[in-house]
Design a protein around this ligand. Structure first.
Ligand code: URA
Length: 431
């Protein structure tokens, strides 16, 4: 009889469990036959010993098949983008409605905070009433009516990932090429996509810290997704600093709304356009960049976002007046630089963990996320800072938490003499 102990013992010896065993394990994650301790040991076993390429594919397909695999009969391509995770990465909030406004359908099954990175679902839950867990019928209806819906893996769709993801978040077992591949693609393949673009992040705020590791992950994701029948490409993108200067759930929603309503340009808009254009091209749609930019200028993308929020339980007038609805932290204060110089390095992982410690993420699975906390106005690489000038603004629930965050921010930001060479947002394409 298949048993979690035998599966974990095989992993410990560096052997792949068989596809049948991985299938049993994925179903066991979904229906509770596998305990949290067994799942934690499994994740650590995979992290430490790795799977073969066949093992990685088998785990991905087993996790996809732990629930329903959707299929669609719609009048335009069904597409999606997914990121491997980074600090201040709120592209999903901006891109899903942009894609819907361009006439394609985007059923986006997203994740919560993972390790030091924020989660799209936690960000959306900062919007009062927004439910990330509609039933499957409602999810399908919203995708059909609005063009996009950003929701959670569920008891029906990729439930094995829903459970393993939460366990990886708090057990130091995120940074595994095998587990990231299976996690990302089980959700995406279960959504029944016709094309996918992956945003593989590299740098201090990502899980992959080197170009070689990011390339290996991009190749693994692209090969596995295409082998499973979903036309997929990946862009390797820069995470040597947070994508945006605001980190934290409500704070990133605020920034995304500024971009969606055409009030703010910069890296978030540019990366959303790069990824969207790549995806539309894979889906056979030409002129993607112009269409995506037009969706912002015309207000169509913001309108789609508003419809999605309302359909999922949020306020009807969210887009017109979003700040009225987003929670604010009681303690808001600047962190002053203790020296002078040019910002030469930013450790995104330290900043991300500072947001988790402020209450913006989880240290154990049962932690409640505080949507209001985080950082804003984080300085950018190359900025000149004089002693006493602000490095960032902290939004905290309590003074002592703000003190700890201030120390982390000073440790995360290096001041030196010469500005670093600017790097492009999109570094490589993997097809
Ligand atoms: N996004 C996911 O869905 N899973 C991971 O493991 C990392 C990023």
């Amino acid at each position: 009889m298949t048993d979690a102990r035998a599966i974990n013992a095989a992993l410990r010896k560096g052997e792949d469990p068989s596809p049948a065993e991985l299938n049993w394990f994925a179903h066991g994650l979904a229906d509770g036959r596998v305990s949290a301790a067994q799942a934690g040991a499994f994740a650590m076993g995979v992290c430490l010993r790795g799977l073969s390429e066949q093992g990685r594919v088998a785990l991905t397909l087993a996790m996809r098949d732990s629930g329903h695999v959707l299929d669609w009969d719609l009048d335009a391509p069904v597409v999606d983008k997914h990121s491997t995770g980074g600090v201040g990465d709120c592209v999903s909030l901006v891109l899903a409605p942009m894609l819907a406004a361009c006439g394609v359908y985007n059923p986006m099954i997203s994740g919560r905070g993972l390790g030091h990175t924020g989660g799209t679902l936690d960000k959306l839950e900062a919007i009062p009433g927004y439910s990330v867990a509609p039933d499957e019928t409602r999810f399908r209806q919203i995708v059909q009516d609005v063009g996009c819906a950003i929701v959670s893996a569920s008891a029906n769709i990729a439930p094995a990932d829903k459970r393993l993801y939460a366990i990886r978040d708090v057990t130091g077992t995120v940074e595994s090429l095998d587990l990231i591949t299976a996690s990302v693609l089980s959700k995406k393949l279960a959504a029944g996509l016709q094309s996918l673009v992956l945003d593989v992040k590299v740098g201090s705020g990502a899980f992959m810290k080197t170009a070689d590791d990011a390339r290996a992950l991009a190749k693994s994701l692209v090969a596995t997704a295409n082998a499973a029948g979903c036309p997929t490409t990946a862009l390797i993108t820069d995470m040597s600093q947070p994508l945006v200067p605001s980190l934290g759930n409500a704070l990133e929603v605020d920034l995304s709304m500024q971009v969606l309503t055409g009030k703010l340009e910069g890296p978030l808009l540019e990366l959303s356009v790069d990824l969207g254009a790549e995806l539309l091209k894979t889906a056979g749609i030409q002129g993607g960049e112009a269409k995506l930019r037009a969706s912002i200028a015309s207000g169509a993308a913001a309108e789609r976002f508003g419809k999605m929020v309302y359909a999922l339980g949020g306020p009807l007038s969210f887009v017109e007046d979003w700040r009225r609805f987003l929670p604010e932290a009681p303690v808001i204060r600047e962190v002053a630089a203790s020296g002078s110089g040019v910002v030469t390095a930013i450790d995104g992982e330290i900043l991300g963990l500072a947001v988790v410690d402020l209450g913006g993420g989880r240290r154990v699975e049962t932690d409640q996320v505080n949507p209001s906390v985080g950082l804003t106005e984080v300085v950018r690489l190359g900025a000149k800072v004089a002693r006493g000038q602000p490095l960032a603004v902290i939004h905290a629930a309590r003074e002592e938490q703000a003190d700890a965050a201030a120390e982390a921010i000073r440790a995360a930001i290096t001041l030196g003499d010469a500005a670093p060479q600017p790097v492009p947002l999109t570094l490589e394409r993997v097809a």
